[in-house]
Write a protein that binds this ligand. Structure first.
Ligand SMILES: [Zn+2]
Length: 313
């Protein structure tokens, strides 16, 4: 990491200018407009329901509601669903402070990946703020499990994620991805990986009031032995999307992480149980201001997201 980047990594960041998009929710099929706005230091990532007088819901684990096929936040009875893809893009890009205005109860699914949100952030640009950033650094391991599903956190000099899935389907099977998480690696390895679903689950999901907005344009649909709407973007697009979801749920920690998180056949429910237990366990994470990097990782040498081509728009 160059000195400039080290200095950069030690300060909080927000976006330069407002950007917006719109689309329909995967589960509700409700149309919504989303606008991202710069926020002052120490704000964190905060959703604002503009249809409810700007009611604020902080992207923090204390506001997690029921979690099954997507991560939902709930505060004083106000719900906000499917937060994980936009949060993954924001968290991976090292954005500390941002307002996310939305005029409905579910984030748009767009193409099912985080790529449209990455493009929004490119247009927004990143700006360093005059306040030091605080990382949460793992100083000892912690694991949670549920049957053969488990998630662990381990000390690491940077933020790493390993994700493993195992689906008894000829197009999926066992897949694993591991990466250091930053804007460059997220953009290259995970951002375009889409949501997926199995046709065999659709009736049950619809009966639960879910996936009303699902279509061949916003999810990979798996039949009994094939992909209905191929080609896939990567042969292992499925595990890449799971890693994207994991990063979006880890954003609910509320601060950047300096740790290695390993998820084995996990999903939103276990992700959020894990984050809850992690923050309740005072001996695993310590606050630190500078990101220590014993061995500078190659991806640290990539240009930070803060210098997009659109910076002079
Ligand atoms: Zn997802």
């Amino acid at each position: 990491m160059s000195l400039q980047e080290a200095q950069h990594a030690s300060y909080q960041q927000t976006i330069v200018r407002p950007v917006e998009t719109h689309g329909i929710g995967l589960h509700t099929a409700v149309k919504s407009h989303v606008r991202l706005l710069p926020a002052p230091p120490d704000t964190g990532i905060v959703f604002r329901r503009t249809d409810l007088d700007g009611f604020q819901i902080e992207a923090h684990i204390r506001n997690v509601a029921r979690v099954s096929y997507a991560t939902s936040l709930m505060k004083q009875g106000v719900l906000l669903s499917t937060t994980e893809h936009i949060l993954a893009a924001i968290y991976a890009c090292g954005i500390d402070n941002i307002y996310i205005e939305i005029d409905a109860l579910e984030l748009p699914i767009l193409d099912g990946s985080a790529q449209p949100y990455m493009e929004m952030l490119d247009h927004a640009g990143l700006r360093r703020q005059k306040r030091h950033r605080t990382y949460l650094k793992a100083i000892k391991p912690m694991e949670v499990s549920d049957g053969d599903r488990r998630i662990g956190i381990y000390p690491s000099s940077n933020f790493r994620v390993t994700c493993f899935v195992d689906y008894a389907h000829p197009k999926v099977g066992r897949q694993e991805v591991e990466l250091e998480v930053n804007s460059a690696t997220f953009r290259r390895e995970l951002a375009i990986a889409r949501t997926f679903g199995f046709v065999s689950d659709f009736d049950d999901l619809r009966a639960m009031g879910l996936i009303r907005g699902g279509s061949l344009e916003n999810a990979i649909v798996l039949t009994a032995d094939d992909v209905m709407n191929g080609p896939v973007r990567f042969p292992d697009e499925f595990v890449r999307h799971k890693a994207l979801d994991l990063i979006g749920d880890l954003a609910l920690i509320g601060k950047p992480l300096q740790a290695h998180v390993v998820a084995h056949k996990a999903g939103h429910s276990l992700h959020t149980q894990f984050v809850t237990r992690l923050l309740a366990n005072s001996s695993v994470l310590v606050e630190t201001q500078a990101q220590q990097s014993a061995q500078p990782a190659k991806s640290h040498l990539s240009p930070r997201f803060s210098r997009p081509a659109h910076a002079t728009d």
